[in-house]
Design a protein around this ligand. Structure first.
Ligand code: C2E
Ligand code: CA
Ligand code: CA
Ligand code: CA
Length: 274
């Protein structure tokens, strides 16, 4: 053990290089993916707890790399944020989701809001609101059928700027959902100041329901309702979790119990004719 200890530095150094090379490789590939638009959107239904109807869809990006196969956003979104590529990717997502939603409406399906995840960098870009306006105009989608999911980190960073952007988005007529709610806040004061329409309870709290600790989930639901917000639970996997959520008045649910995120053709089987 002592002898190998001497070589620790070298071994460490080598694996660092490998990791770095792999990351640089991935960054190169990601640049090309943006140019070649190697992305697709999957959609996951959001379900009304009481009626079981599909009442919304969340768009979730996948990278279909010719040499690496399907890559999950958990793997490349952080890298896209680090490199700034998230701006181009985010623009693509917004356009693709609105285009798809309008196409479904044109096919005669009952209109549903599609939720799009917006990362902090995108949100804080000075042209963000203008971009949203332009996409809605270009795709001819009514703003009420677009929801934007933002995280608490956005909400807390620059309060004045955030309030201004949220007000402008609200004026357009779309809705804002606070994603991963409960995982990052230090103060709840901003909930009253910000015009947020929907709270999404983070899946970590939903997991706790199965493990007999549902206190936080129940509290978030009461909080959201008292502030006139809609509440969605994400990551609902079991009947037990669903029953509990219904019991405590959670409006909407989303999770593998109902459907995984799936390609548009699969979603169409779940939509209603208008
Ligand atoms: P998120 O916004 O919190 O999305 C929910 C994630 O949970 C999705 O993972 C979804 O597939 C997964 N999920 C849904 N139901 C269940 C369930 O019942 N059990 C479990 N274990 N997981 C469930 P996904 O699609 O891999 O996305 C991961 C994250 O990547 C998202 O988390 C979001 O933060 C980010 N992301 C995805 N698409 C986009 C995008 O277009 N733009 C940006 N900026 N971020 C995105
Ligand atoms: Ca989300
Ligand atoms: Ca989440
Ligand atoms: Ca998230």
């Amino acid at each position: 053990a002592k002898e190998s200890g001497k070589n620790n530095f070298k071994v460490y150094d080598h694996s660092m290089n490998l990791k770095m090379n792999k990351k640089l490789d991935l960054i190169n590939n990601l640049h090309r993916a943006v140019e070649k638009e190697e992305f697709v959107l999957y959609y996951q239904p959001q379900v009304n707890s009481l009626t079981g109807e599909v009442v919304g869809l969340e768009a979730l990006i996948r990278w279909e790399s010719p040499e690496m196969g399907i890559i999950s956003p958990a793997e490349f979104i952080p890298l896209a944020e680090e490199t700034g590529l998230i701006i181009a990717i985010g623009d693509w997502v917004l356009k693709a989701a609105c285009t798809q939603n309008k196409a479904w409406q044109n096919l005669g399906y009952a209109s549903l809001p599609v939720s799009v995840n917006i990362s902090a960098l995108q949100f804080q870009e000075s042209s963000f609101v203008d971009k949203v306006v332009k996409v809605l105009k270009d795709t001819e989608l009514d703003p009420r059928w677009l929801h934007l999911e933002i995280t608490e980190s956005i909400a807390i960073k620059d309060t004045e700027l955030t309030i201004d952007i949220l007000n402008r988005l609200k004026d357009i007529g779309l809705k804002i959902a606070l994603d991963d709610f409960g995982t990052g806040f230090s103060s709840l004061g901003y909930l009253k100041k910000f015009k947020i329409n929907v709270l999404k309870i983070d899946s970590s709290f939903i997991r706790d329901i199965g493990e007999e600790d549902a206190t936080i989930t129940k509290t978030i639901i009461v909080l959201g309702k008292s502030l006139n917000m809609e509440v969605i639970a994400e990551g609902v996997e079991t009947k037990e979790q669903f029953n509990y959520l219904k019991e405590v008045g959670c409006d909407k649910v989303q999770g593998y119990l109902f459907s995984r995120p799936v390609p548009p053709a699969e979603i169409e089987k779940m939509l209603y004719i208008a």
